[in-house]
Design a protein around this ligand. Structure first.
Ligand code: GUN
Ligand code: FE
Length: 424
């Protein structure tokens, strides 16, 4: 049984409204899980391996709840467009390349290294449609030591010809991966991934819903990101009450654990349905700015009890840094409040920090916090060059790192109690 103790300034968000701060304390980790946090180290732990990070900050690893691995080479490109033209001109041509395993490996190597570098210890990821590339991505995450859900994208209409799957092949390929990876790893798991309703026929979505239930496999997709997209879904599914109901009718909305990205234009009924079904919303503020999609009313979702996490959505989003995305989430919520609705109070720092750690982490289980029994995913942060001008509280130091620090301040990363070195 592995037994470790780390010493430092320990910070986490158990609840959204307050950071838990244990200054100059010890966190005891047994078998990858948090056992105890204390100011003095109990004698019973004296034989444990002690890692002394006195003066530094120890925080939970970040969780990125939605990103597209094959879009990594497109980061920063074409972001003067809106969603649908951007998909057609930039995204689909790039995603067509992933029949090439050498190219896939080159891209995924860079992506996983960069996730590691930015302190993202768990991620929920779209691959492209090609099954072997999706399997390679799962294998590479396993090798890296980071935690992930990975999905092979399903599309059988309204996409580039090179990405349009035969419906039955798409279903069979998905089931093949589910079965092949069912017992391979509990750190890297498969997630069913219909890209979004416009690129999937009813038959495809129905069969994916059946697979989700048959194998108890989670689901991810996109929901109500862009106004033209919402209208398109209305045209394609005239008999459905709304966009969320389309997924719900096919058992793709919380019948198994589900994440929907964006949810900007979800109606009150849709938000209530998500809350009722326990569907996660992945908030992607930079993507929403870049593609002029809009701003998700995060406060409203929170008040109605929808579980929420934060996400990069590269390459709609340009940054993989969850620290920047925490800041971006607060900024977006302030503009929403100011420009649209004075009822939607801007998010506080602790709320946004919570969403980037325990909020998204809860999709993985007991992840994203340092409460007893939580998996010890952690970052050690050296902020001495940010915090040596005037006296700062520990909470102020965290704020400063999040807003003006970067990956250079992250000196160690742990996943399930294990120190993770640069993967590739
Ligand atoms: N909706 C459908 N596909 C995508 C995608 O790749 N990125 C974003 N941001 N939205 C989508
Ligand atoms: Fe996306």
């Amino acid at each position: 049984m592995s037994k470790t103790v780390l010493k430092g300034n320990i910070v986490y968000a158990k609840d959204k409204d307050k950071l838990e701060i244990h200054e100059d304390s010890y966190v005891v980790v047994e078998d990858g899980k948090v056992k105890d946090i204390s100011r003095e180290l109990d004698k019973s732990y004296k034989d444990y391996n002690l890692v002394d990070h006195s003066g530094k900050l120890i925080i939970p690893g970040f969780v990125d709840l939605h990103l597209h691995a094959p879009q990594y080479p497109n980061r920063g490109l074409g972001l003067d467009k809106e969603l649908i033209p951007w998909l057609d001109t930039y995204t689909f041509p790039e995603e067509s390349k992933y029949g090439d395993m050498e190219y896939s490996k080159k891209v995924f190597t860079r992506l996983i290294n960069e996730l590691w570098q930015n302190g993202t210890t768990r991620a929920v990821v779209f691959a492209s449609v090609q099954k072997n590339s999706a399997k390679l991505l799962m294998d590479m995450f396993m090798e890296s030591g980071l935690g992930a859900y990975v999905g092979k994208v399903n599309m059988d209409r309204n996409t580039a010809p090179s990405l349009t799957e035969d419906t039955q092949v798409s279903i069979d390929d998905t089931e093949e991966i589910i079965k092949e990876y069912e017992n391979k790893s509990d750190m890297v798991r498969f997630i069913i991934t219909p890209r979004f309703a416009p690129t999937c026929t009813e038959k495809l979505m129905g069969s994916l819903g059946d697979l989700a239930i048959k194998y108890n496999t989670p689901v991810q997709s996109h929901l109500s990101e862009n106004q033209a997209e919402v209208l398109w879904v209305k045209e394609l599914f005239p008999d459905s009450k709304d966009y969320a109901s389309v997924y719900d009718e096919f058992n793709l909305l919380g019948q198994t654990r589900t994440i929907m990205a964006h949810c900007i234009y979800a109606t009150d009924d849709e938000i209530e349905l998500m809350a009722k079904n326990g569907v996660y919303a992945a908030h992607c503020p930079y993507s929403n700015y870049n593609l002029s999609s809009g701003i998700m009313p995060v406060r409203k979702f929170m008040d109605k009890g929808v579980p929420i996490g934060l996400a990069s959505d590269i390459s709609g989003g340009d940054s993989l840094s969850m620290m920047s995305i925490i800041a971006g989430t607060i900024q977006a919520s302030k503009m929403k409040w100011l420009e649209t609705d004075k009822e939607l109070k801007p998010l506080t720092f602790s709320e946004a920090f919570y969403l980037a750690t325990k909020g998204g982490g809860s999709f993985f289980g007991k992840v994203g916090s340092f409460e007893e029994g939580y998996e010890f995913d952690a970052l050690v942060i050296d902020d001495k060059e940010l915090a040596d001008i005037k006296d700062l509280t520990i909470e102020e130091r965290i704020q400063k790192v999040v807003y003006i620090g970067d990956d250079r301040n992250i000196v160690e990363r742990y996943v399930r109690g294990k120190l993770i070195e640069k993967p590739f």
